[in-house]
Every structure is written in C-alpha cells, then in structure tokens.
Design a binder for this molecule. Structure first.
Ligand SMILES: [Zn+2]
Length: 159
C-alpha cells in the first residue's frame, strides 16, 4: 500500500498531528512538549510501542526497533540505578559554583530509558555505578522543573 501524505509528513516531522496540520511546528515537537509538560506535573512519561513493547526516550514518531506507529504513553516509576557518572570539581559556568562538587549521571530507569541528570543529597565520594536511585523534583519556577535523583538505601541484609 502506498504511504499516505500524512505518514510521509510524520516521518520527516513536519506538522501533522492528531489535530491536523499545524504550520511552523513539527509533529515531533508535540511529543517533546508532552514529555516537558509531564515533568511540570512531576511525572516521567515515555512512549511505549504497542507492537514490541519497547519504551523509548527521546520521544519519536515511530518505534526505533520495529518502526511501528502504534504508541501509547506510560508513566515511569521514577526508580532506577546509576548507569555511569562523573563528579565535577570545577564549575564550567558560574551558576554551578555553589554546587561543587556535584554529580552528573546517566540514570537507567527501571523501565529502560536512560536520563542525563544529577545525583543530589549525597557525598559524591560514595557514589558507585549500579546504586539504586529515585527521582526527586527541583522546581526552579512555576514553569520549569528539573528531575534529579537521590540515592535509595538498599534493604539491609543485601550484599
Ligand atoms: Zn516497536
């Protein structure tokens, strides 16, 4: 079956959404906006492919694994583990001077997506890969919130 004009526009990301064609905006911008709005509501929302169940980040018009367009939105638990990290001892922008030393990490969420964020409320010298973390929300303003992560104490008796 030949591809519809709507599908062609969707693949190149220009302007077709569920609401029709929107001049000057890409369809993809609506998906990115949906994630940003979820963060304002203190939720990590991701697209999940209805065909292969893959949960993806960043949002996209088609599934990167099976190319399906059939997608639903899920809310992640906010739990995960440190995939990798770095401790900054030098501020490359003055806005970060008061945070030194601070931890920037890639967090692997329980649902699979990886997020670049900060690990806060911890001693940076005690951070290790695979430590369990959970999301906390730093409200910068009414319009802007940053998801950050804190270490979760493991239940006693585990090694
Ligand atoms: Zn898929």
């Amino acid at each position: 079956m030949p591809m519809s004009l709507k599908d062609k526009y969707a693949i190149v990301g220009i302007g077709y959404t569920d609401q029709g064609r929107v001049p000057g905006r890409s369809a993809l911008s609506f998906y990115v906006e949906a994630c940003a709005n979820a963060i304002k509501e203190h939720q990590l929302r991701f697209q999940q492919c209805r065909d292969c169940q893959h949960i993806r980040c960043p949002p996209s018009i088609i599934c990167p694994l099976c190319y399906s367009h059939d997608t639903e939105w899920i809310v992640a638990s906010g739990k995960g583990k440190i995939y990798t990290f770095v401790v900054y001892h030098q501020a490359f922008h003055q806005a970060f001077e008061n945070d030194l030393p601070y931890v920037t990490a890639i967090v692997e969420l329980a649902e699979g997506p990886h997020l670049l964020s900060n690990i806060v409320g911890c001693n940076p010298e005690e951070i290790e890969c695979a430590m369990p973390v959970e999301v906390i929300w730093e409200d910068i303003s009414e319009e802007f919130t940053i998801p950050k992560f804190k270490i979760v104490a493991e239940p006693k008796g585990r090694s």
